[in-house]
Write a protein that binds this ligand. Structure first.
Ligand code: 13P
Length: 294
């Protein structure tokens, strides 16, 4: 289908012509067509998703309450954006209570790969769900680099989280040396390839692309870098799982995302939201939520 196809030509084309034109496209282009045809109101092809990853912050429960009080005031259309706060395990219950029914959900930063039983310090998926903590992060680069979480670990966690019905932000991303060495796509693919065949519900599986060199450094990927890499991730999903899954899967950008760069980054077709560290610990995180949810 050439970009110059006129409305008249398209209307005149037979169903067979159209099917033939779509069949001739690459999987990645098919994904774009499916995304365009299934776009909801407001122009975005996929519902946005923004997560605040508080990591081991803030220091006090008073600040948790202040932040939640600010976020509760955010004006956003829940049909356009999923909003999730991943507080520390000691703060999740307080955050959930403080947010009330404003539509912001709660995520667990480090869900366990084991279930109920004698596993000191672990948070089983079923227990989290029972408490109403509906999202989790899996494979964050800090878990991988500081605590030895392996790609195999992420796959066990993925299976457990899905079995419990949790929604997942599955984190991948390259180091600075890997980007400079030209292996960005290969690294992302190696972190994803075991996970993709395990996905059972593509509405509940979100890919969080977080270049390690941009995390907590203030060095944000340019919109072009993020878009190019995320388009390649979507193409990989198309190759492995088909165009319909690639069109559906949401891909977040993470790494020094902030109210100042949310607009330029989210204007790109393959950036469906954000996973935010430092900027989610400030009241004006609301601006990011509202930008995606208007
Ligand atoms: P920053 O937004 O602080 O760079 O952190 C990103 C991140 O690691 C979110 O998971």
């Amino acid at each position: 289908m050439g970009s110059g196809a006129s409305a008249e030509a398209l209307t005149a084309a037979s169903a067979d012509d159209l099917k033939g034109a779509v069949a001739a496209l690459s999987d990645a282009d098919k994904a774009k067509v499916i995304a365009a045809l299934t776009a909801g109101g407001g122009g975005g092809a996929r519902k946005s998703v923004i997560g605040g990853n508080w990591k081991s912050n803030p220091a006090s429960i008073a600040t948790v309450k202040e932040l939640c009080a600010a976020f509760k005031e955010a004006k956003f259309d829940k049909s356009k954006v999923d909003v999730v706060i991943c507080a520390s395990n000691v703060h999740v219950a307080a955050a959930k209570e403080a947010l009330g029914d404003c539509g912001i959900e709660i995520g667990i930063q480090n869900i366990s790969k084991t279930g109920m039983g004698a596993f000191t310090g672990e948070i089983p998926c079923a227990m989290a769900m029972d408490m109403g903590f509906t999202w989790c992060l899996i494979g964050h680069s800090e878990r991988r680099s500081l605590y030895g979480e392996t790609t195999d670990d992420t796959l066990v966690k993925l299976k457990n989280a899905q079995d419990a019905g949790m929604k997942i932000m599955f984190c991948i991303g390259e180091s600075l040396a890997e980007r400079e060495g030209g292996t960005t796509d290969a690294v992302n693919q190696s972190q994803l390839e075991g996970a993709l065949p395990l996905v059972t519900d593509w509405d509940k599986f979100v890919i969080a692309y977080e270049p390690v060199w941009a995390i907590g450094t203030g060095k944000v990927a340019t919109p072009e870098q993020a878009q190019e890499t995320q388009a390649n991730i979507r193409k990989f999903v198309a190759d492995k799982c088909g165009a319909d899954k690639a069109a559906k899967v949401r891909i977040q950008y993470g790494g020094s995302a902030s109210p100042g760069n949310v607009e330029a980054l989210s204007a790109n077709p393959d950036i469906d939201g954000f996973l935010v560290g430092g900027a989610s610990l400030k009241p004006d995180f609301v601006k990011m939520i509202e930008h995606l949810g208007k």
